[in-house]
Design a protein around this ligand. Structure first.
Ligand SMILES: O=c1ccn([C@@H]2O[C@H](COP(=O)(O)OP(=O)(O)O)[C@@H](O)[C@H]2O)c(=O)[nH]1
Length: 472
């Protein structure tokens, strides 16, 4: 759990959005992103170096210029005072997005500034806070799960000025954790969240609480990253791919250079979205059950097993004498290394291979010259193993492999940091190479934040809430 609050910076500190929005955005020709150091208490941050200009598609004023389905509802949520005469002072508005993940629940509070009705609003800053465990761990006690949302709403109340509460939408989207639960249990949790929202002073839109589908999860993370890196404004239409590794699922999304990639992909592995008066055609897929925690359990052969009370699942990916209990999806699994047995990279690789085998579609083209932004558990494991510093950085797929070997063969040293490092690094190596089919030389940009904003689907989902991208 960590807590960050970006300093409130008065409006005049911000650069004027220029006619050429590209000038406002960083030069992102694959350089290392500016990511904040996780865990470092943030006291004062300098004003963001860039103003995040919201894509044209969100322009709230000339509604007819950007017609989108369901615009009336969204328009109201986005610009609730549209009927009032426009004052000369900049208008500030907020959006609150909850990410109900399998391993934790997070709140993102975005502050936007609308300078005047004909200019695009800009993303001013984000307040982020996370709690553990995820909602799915409360499958037998939804009320208790609702309390985690209540706790996070307190932060929203502290962050959003009181006069803005009633027009600030609160939205929760759940991912793999709830997707993996029986539908009645997931619904009981979602209903509880809706009730908690209703008793809050915020604007509670229809469809404010739902399970997001995997395709949207990948596409919206792609929107976030390409927005924050400035690629959505680029005339070159060059974009970056994304790799997201959650606890329960993993996503890959990119714009293929070759039409054959789309033509040869299974129909559910492609998506279109409309933004900037432009249709992006994406290759995207979410593999449910291939997030890092679900993959650990699959490596043990523990997923779906019975006799959880007495069985101990073993693996050569763990230090020989290590014993633990893993709680995931409301079940607890006893696991251990192989006492007196073998441990190490090769054996571990054989084990994790079983989790990947035949499950993955390898896109015709994942190689190219493009770069992939990899975040969530890719970033976390890379930092823990010292592959990159906490500010992130660029690595190649082969660096994950090299590090995995080192970690597994020096198990004692690295298990002090995280006893699952050998298993996780080996899984990541296998996922990248044999799952997605990346070359060893594929470049990965590891990041937690870009320009001080979390790299997650949450920002893309907030944009999608305000202006429907019509992802299909
Ligand atoms: O804004 C965010 C959202 C997620 N995460 C991290 O990304 C991982 C995502 O895991 P999650 O439980 O959401 O996975 P899912 O349920 O989507 O598979 C976790 O380690 C989070 O701490 C993060 O750092 N910032």
């Amino acid at each position: 759990t960590y807590y960050r609050h970006h300093r409130y910076v008065p409006h005049y500190r911000y650069r004027e959005p220029a006619a050429n929005a590209e000038n406002l955005l960083p030069d992102v020709s694959n350089r290392a992103p500016e990511v904040a150091q996780p865990g470092v208490p943030e006291v004062f941050h300098p004003a963001p170096a860039v103003v995040h200009q919201i894509p044209e598609a969100f322009h709230p004023v000339p509604e007819v210029v950007h017609p989108a389905p369901d615009t009336f509802h969204q328009y109201q949520a986005y610009h609730p005072r549209a009927h009032e005469p426009f004052s000369s002072s900049p208008r500030v508005f907020y959006g609150v997005m909850f990410d109900a993940g399998s391993t934790g629940t997070r709140i993102h509070i975005y502050k936007f500034i609308q300078k005047d009705p004909v200019e695009l609003p800009v993303l001013d800053n984000e307040m982020f806070h996370a709690v553990k465990p995820g909602l799915s761990e409360y499958r037998n006690n939804p009320e208790e799960g609702g309390n985690t949302i209540r706790q996070l709403l307190k932060i929203a109340k502290k962050t959003v000025p009181e006069e803005e509460w009633k027009r600030t939408p609160v939205v929760l989207r759940a991912t793999a954790g709830l997707r993996l639960l029986p539908v009645e249990e997931a619904n009981a949790l979602l209903n509880e969240v809706r009730e908690v929202f209703e008793e809050s002073p915020f604007y509670v839109p229809e469809n404010c609480v739902s399970i997001m589908n995997g395709a949207d999860e990948g596409v919206l993370a792609w929107v976030t990253v390409n927005f924050l890196t400035g690629h959505l404004y680029s005339n070159t239409r060059r974009t970056v791919g994304i790799l997201d590794l959650g606890g329960g699922s993993t996503q890959i999304t990119f714009v293929p250079k070759s039409k054959k990639t789309i033509d040869t992909a299974p129909p559910t592995y492609t998506a279109r979205l409309n933004m900037f008066n432009h249709t992006f055609e994406l290759y995207t897929h979410s593999y449910l059950g291939n997030g890092i925690v679900a993959a650990r359990l699959a490596t043990f052969g523990a997923l779906g097993a019975d006799g959880l009370d007495w069985k101990v699942f073993t693996s050569s990916c763990l230090p020989k004498k290590f014993r633990d209990e893993i709680t995931f999806g409301g079940n607890t699994y006893k696991v251990s290394g192989i006492p007196g047995g073998y441990a190490g990279y090769k054996l571990c690789y054989y084990e994790v291979q079983r989790v990947i085998k035949d499950l993955f579609h390898q896109p015709y083209e994942v190689k190219g010259s493009g770069i992939f932004y990899a975040f969530s558990h890719y970033y976390e494991r890379a930092v823990e193993t010292g592959l990159v510093g906490s500010r992130g950085g660029e690595v190649e797929v082969r660096d994950f492999k090299k590090k995995a070997k080192e970690v597994c063969n020096k198990m004692t040293k690295y298990s002090a940091i995280n006893p699952y490092l050998c298993m996780d690094m080996t899984y990541i190596t296998c996922l990248l190479k044999e799952g997605f089919g990346f070359k060893e030389s594929t470049r990965l940009q590891l990041a937690k934040k870009v320009n001080n904003v979390e790299t997650s689907w949450a920002l893309g989902a907030t944009f999608d809430f305000f202006r429907n991208f019509n992802i299909h």
